[in-house]
Design a protein around this ligand. Structure first.
Ligand code: SAM
Length: 673
């Protein structure tokens, strides 16, 4: 085998080892090298989760850092597939209740399939998945054959069992697996992992691994073959512009409800999936930089209740380095904030997806929204619920941030109220409640947003994700640790999200607050205790232990620090010589609230529990950051052209902060607002 590139694991299973056909995309010399079990010159091999891939670094994009992104996505999709199974069961129960109280016309009575005839089809999806998975994991043809025979035997057994169950219970129709579009696939690694690692709930039916670049699509085909997957079966490699492809699959709010999981039970949906035009259950967008060029097509081509998994790597823009660029991309103004740049980025992205969905009569429900390494990733379900669309202005709001001390206030666009009759909920423009001048420093208030002001996560969903890790870093058998390359990186993220206060948008950063006063930073335990002792809710955030999420108002936050300075950590008088400085203005005021800095027993317990696992991990390797786009790719050229003149968009996924130059100024340059 040729040497792997530095930092890469040279673990790719050779085609000879896994008995795959010679790579279709490689040229003759490469194909013979691959056939001989060697890595051809210029190729890099990578093993991640249950997939091993091979690609040319200068032609196809791969960034190992995004392993966390892919691992988390595998975890989320397994949970989503499980939820869809529950929902289908509930849908079935509701339907059967309805059926029980009315006499069915003869035509409707024949809705249910002939169960004895269709039982094999009922288990077909799962059996096919088992066979593909077993085959892909088998080391030899003999093992693959045995695996296929076993899968066939299980299939027959399942079918027989299903027929027996059908005699006992009513027909439950046929559950279909997930139809996934990876719109920007590059090497196909993510799609291959989805095919091999998503087996819970309804499982996987079809995956389209799409890319604009011929090199990338060739790499996808090569990698499918290397992983024992036949192009066109579970995974199909597709060369197209992502938007054009998605627009062919779009559905409107009215028709999207026609698509349902229980294919045979509900007549409207009884036709098979039409891969050429039906909407998808899951659309994964993992672009270079911003996902905004793909949002309109994606909200339209995802089915009712479907899932969008969206990455944004243009964090400098989203965090306020170039607010004009952010406004043109996301229709929102970011604020340079030492407190909450990444959470504001997440909330700008969510607002942008919601508003894009609203234009098509749809609304989003976020399941999970995280900032990791140098990017953000959100998982949102898309529905076409008219009432929820009407409520959109209550879910969006502005951020008013002091130009002096960075205190912030959230101003919703609208509030909802119940009509006089008490029958319907409606919305009206909200009264302006935020102060128009900073109460602490007298400074102006800068306007940011619109941002999403409702929860960024679904608490129940996150709880279910967390329960998949039965104990520290040992996922349950359904979600195999061996297949989850970076389980040890993903578990703390999920654990931290589960602990994050869900109903308080944005947060403070303790070091940033203290930098305003030039005082020592209190421990998190002391600061959290002061808030908890006064009856406020408080938590860390998923991305930093020093972030403070709380429902306490800014004036109480500053009172805690005033008392901290007074009782525990006096400020050097040189910082208070200028009466116009922020520190002087804040500390000139006496606290107006009673503040108790003693350690709160609940906060102490939380601290002990948190120390049980390593919750905030450093980078596993040096240079754990973004990578440039594949050189010479069409998308890199388009990217360059689009961003000529923009100061923050190197091609590839952008990092935040990578260099001193791109780091947001901790003391914002307010002139730029
Ligand atoms: C960041 S990479 C994707 C990485 C991949 N999802 C993974 O997990 O490794 C972005 C890919 O999007 C492709 N791309 C860029 N613009 C596109 C478009 N308009 N349609 C389809 N693919 C596009 C690029 O060729 C590139 O391979």
């Amino acid at each position: 085998m040729a040497d792997a590139a530095p930092g890469q694991e040279a673990k790719a299973t050779s085609p000879a080892e896994n008995n795959a056909a010679p790579a279709p995309a490689a040229d003759n010399a490469d194909a013979s090298a691959i056939k001989a079990g060697k890595v051809p010159e210029g190729y890099t091999t990578v093993t991640e989760g249950a997939a091993s891939i091979l690609f040319k670094r200068d032609e196809v994009f791969y960034n190992e850092v995004q392993i966390k992104n892919r691992d988390l996505s595998v975890l989320v999709l397994n949970e989503y597939a499980t939820q869809l199974e529950h929902e289908a069961n509930e849908q079935y129960s509701r339907r059967s209740k309805n059926l029980s109280w009315r006499k069915l016309p003869p035509t409707e009575q024949t809705w249910g399939p002939d169960f004895a005839r269709d039982a094999p089809a009922l288990v077909n999806n799962k059996a096919a998945q088992r066979a593909t998975k077993a085959k892909a994991n088998a080391d030899s043809q003999a093992e693959a054959d045995t695996a296929a025979t076993n899968a066939k035997a299980t299939e027959t057994k399942d079918a027989a069992g299903a027929v027996k169950d059908a005699a006992k219970t009513e027909d439950r129709g046929s559950l279909t697996g997930l139809r996934i579009l990876e719109a920007l696939s590059a090497s196909g690694l993510r799609s291959i992992r989805y095919a091999k690692e998503i087996s819970d709930g309804v499982g996987v039916d079809k995956i389209i691994a799409n890319d604009l670049e011929t090199h990338a699509v060739n790499a996808i085909r090569l990698n499918l073959s290397l992983n024992g997957l036949k192009d066109g079966e579970v995974v199909t490699a597709n060369e197209a512009d992502a938007n054009m492809y998605m627009y062919h699959h779009r559905t409107d709010a009215k028709s999207s409800t026609e698509h349902t999981r229980i294919e045979k039970f509900i007549p409207k949906a009884s036709r098979p999936f039409d891969a050429a035009k039906d909407p998808f259950d899951v659309i994964d967008l993992d672009p270079y930089g911003p996902p905004t060029p793909f949002l309109d097509a994606s909200v339209q081509s995802v089915r009712e209740g479907g899932l969008l998994c969206i990455t944004a790597t243009d964090l400098p823009t989203l965090c306020g380095k170039s607010f004009e660029t952010c406004f043109s991309r996301y229709k929102a103004q970011p604020l340079r904030s030492g407190n909450y740049p990444h959470e504001m980025a997440l909330r700008i992205l969510l607002a942008c997806i919601e508003m894009t969905a609203n234009t098509h009569g749809k609304n989003i429900v976020p399941l999970l929204s995280v900032h990791m390494d140098f990017y953000i990733r959100v998982f949102v379900r898309v529905y076409s619920n008219k009432n929820e669309v009407k409520q959109a202005p209550t879910k969006l709001g502005l951020v008013l941030q002091s130009r002096g001390c960075d205190s912030f206030y959230i101003q919703p666009f609208a509030s909802s109220y119940t009509s006089k009759s008490g029958n319907s909920e409606t919305v009206r423009p909200a009264a302006f409640k935020a102060p128009n001048m900073c109460p602490e420093t007298g400074a102006d208030m800068a306007i940011g947003g619109p941002i999403w002001i409702k929860p960024m996560h679904n608490a129940e969903f996150v709880k279910s994700l967390l329960s998949r890790f039965s104990n520290q870093y040992t996922p349950k058998s359904a979600f195999d640790a061996r297949e989850l390359g970076g389980a040890s990186l993903v578990h703390p993220v999920v654990a931290n999200v589960a602990d994050e206060l869900i109903d308080t948008p944005l947060h403070y950063s303790l070091p940033h607050l203290c930098s305003k006063l030039h005082c020592e930073v209190p421990t998190t335990e002391v600061f959290h205790s002061a808030l908890a002792n006064a009856g406020y809710k408080v938590s860390k955030t998923h991305s930093s232990p020093q972030h403070v999420k709380t429902n306490a108002p800014p004036e109480f936050i500053w009172d805690v620090l005033r008392v901290w300075v007074k009782e525990r950590s006096p400020v050097n008088s040189k910082h208070l010589q200028d009466p116009e400085s922020i520190a002087s203005k804040i500390l000139a005021k006496e606290p107006t609230h009673k503040v108790d800095l003693s350690i709160n027993s609940e906060i102490r317990k939380r601290g002990h529990r948190d120390r049980a696992i390593s919750r905030y991990k450093g980078n596993p390797k040096p240079n754990w950051g973004p990578k440039p786009a594949a050189a010479g790719s069409k998308s890199q050229q388009t990217h360059r052209r689009r961003n000529r003149g923009a100061n923050d968009q190197p091609a590839g996924d952008n990092s935040f902060p990578t260099s001193k130059r791109s780091r947001p100024n901790p003391e914002p340059d307010w002139k730029s607002f």
